[in-house]
Every structure is written in C-alpha cells, then in structure tokens.
Design a protein around this ligand. Sequence first.
Ligand code: AMP
Length: 219
Amino acid sequence: MQLILLGLPGAGKGTQAKVLSESLGLLHISTGDMFREAAAAGTELGSRAQDHMSRGELVPDEVTIGMLLERIAQPDAGQGIMLDGFPRTIPQAEALDVALGERGTPIDAVLYIQVPESDLMTRLTGRWTCPQCGTIYHVQASPPKTAGVCDHDETQLTQRADDQPDTVKTRLDANREWTEQLASYYENASKLHDIDGTGDPAGITARLMAAIESVSAAG
Ligand code: AMP
C-alpha cells in the first residue's frame, strides 16, 4: 500500500507513522527526518534545508521533490510506503502522483489526522526528542523516566528549534493553509479519510487501522 499521513504539526503523524509502518510492513518516509539527518551530516542539501527549517518555513519544492523522488526510487520503497510530512504543496502532490503512477502503485489513501489547534500548541511546545534514537517525549503526556534524558540510551534530550513557542505559532499559521489545500486535493480524488486525532495514541492507531482496512478491503 501507498499511504499518506496528513495533519498539522503536532497532530501525531510521526508517532503514528512509526507504529503503523511497522505493523503494516511499509517503509516510513519522513521528509522532516531526512532534512534533519542531512543537516546533521552537513551535506549541501542539509544546509540549504536548515535555513528554511529554523525559520519554520517550507523547504523549496525543487529541493524537496528531488529528494523524495530519489528516496521512493530505492528498492526498499517497493514494499509500500507511508509518507509523513510529504506532500506539503500541490506541486509536491502532483509530482508524487506522476512518479507513483509511472510505477503502477498509486496512493491508496490519505489519512487526515484532525486535532483542535489549542491542543496542538500545548502538544508542540512540550515535545522533546532523543537526537540519538529519535524517541519523542512530552513533558506532560509521555515524560522520560529521568527529566531531560532518553530512557533507551541515556542521551540528553533536545528540543527541536522549530518546536520552540515563537516558531510554533509561525509554523501552525503557515501549515494551516497548505494542509487544507492538500485535503481538498485528495478529497477531489476520493482518497481522503478524516481521522479523529484526540485522545490516547492507541485509540488513534485503532481508528487509523480501521480506515486502512476499509480501503484495503474495498481495493
Ligand atoms: P517535520 O518534521 O515534518 O515537521 O518537518 C520539519 C521541517 O522540515 C518543516 O518545518 C520544513 O521546514 C521541512 N520540511 C519537511 N517536509 C517538507 C516538505 N514536504 N516540503 C517542504 N518542507 C518540508
């Protein structure tokens, strides 16, 4: 299957994508993770992306589309993909449709995780990540056993520059517009599934699974 997770920052895309891709045997592709890895590795792509990311802006389409198309052309993407954080613009969605159409595996479903914006602000500003293993913690919802330290490898947790409060507001404002545009794009293609993203993560996973199963049964 080829699936897309859509939702505003903090809607839980990353957490759900990890769980779902493992249980469905899909390759989890997060363009945000790819940009952060490239920035950490100090590649040219990484430094171009970093300027935009630290301002809470989108990385330009020509950079993002090129990187994503290269990734989905790798053999391990043949098992099916779960996209998290891509597409974020209509040209990205169109480029993806063309590439997947050419290989005969179009998008099966777009899962739109919906969370009220007041909840998103609280969720985002309390998020801390392990730079070593990528585990995501939250000061209220899922704190580490020892404050500021990863449970798995004892690495010092970091707060992403774009999760700091002033940047979060800019990010939500910027993201709202394109998220709605993409929701309409996939609604017109009859691929959009609205998922209630409130409540405990296991309940959200169950609702996502039910939607995916309904698509796979229909296909
Ligand atoms: P994320 O981890 O998905 O929130 O992404 C972090 C940052 O990476 C975003 O705020 C953007 O600056 C950049 N980014 C990730 N995916 C994309 C994309 N599909 N298009 C443009 N910029 C992106």
